[in-house]
Design a binder for this molecule. Structure first.
Ligand code: HEC
Length: 119
């Protein structure tokens, strides 16, 4: 009888342990996917919406053309510093309009941080 109890106890211990170790394997953390911003997806529409018509030649704008990737990329520092100014300050953009929202300004800055990809 003692022997039987010992065997039964050992078996159940093995079962409990193997169950525990197999359930541990399931939780493998996935790396967080942070999208890298690019001109086509994230920037072009913001410039069109906020800097038109003045900077969009096709809309009749005659200021620095910001209607293409190369130009926005090459002028990103000027763009960011001007949209970070406050309305009324010298050089503020978009001229004669309300300041862009913090989240919109953050998109331009993040695009620069991400490396200014085209698409
Ligand atoms: C209502 C017209 C108008 C709008 C809208 C406008 N701008 Fe301008 N922008 C101007 C004018 C006029 C100048 C030239 C005077 C100056 O440099 O301040 C200028 C100059 C600039 C310059 C400097 C260009 C250079 O040759 O050095 C940058 C950069 C600029 N704007 C960015 C922007 C951005 C980015 C937007 C949109 C968020 C914007 N602007 C919206 C009228 C506008």
């Amino acid at each position: 009888m003692k022997q039987f109890l010992f065997v039964a106890f050992s078996l159940s211990t093995v079962l409990v342990f193997s169950y525990c170790s197999s359930s541990k394997k399931t939780a493998v953390a996935k790396p967080a996917t942070v999208p890298v911003l690019n001109y086509e997806t994230n920037i072009q529409s913001l410039v069109l919406a906020n800097c038109s018509p003045c900077h969009i030649p096709a809309k009749g704008g005659n200021k620095l053309a910001l209607d293409n990737y190369e130009s926005v990329k090459n002028n990103i520092d000027a763009v960011i510093s001007r949209i970070e100014l406050n309305a009324g300050e010298r050089g503020f953009m978009p001229m004669k309009r309300a300041k862009l929202s913090d989240s919109t300004i953050a998109v331009f800055k993040q695009w620069k941080t991400d490396g200014l990809a085209g698409k």
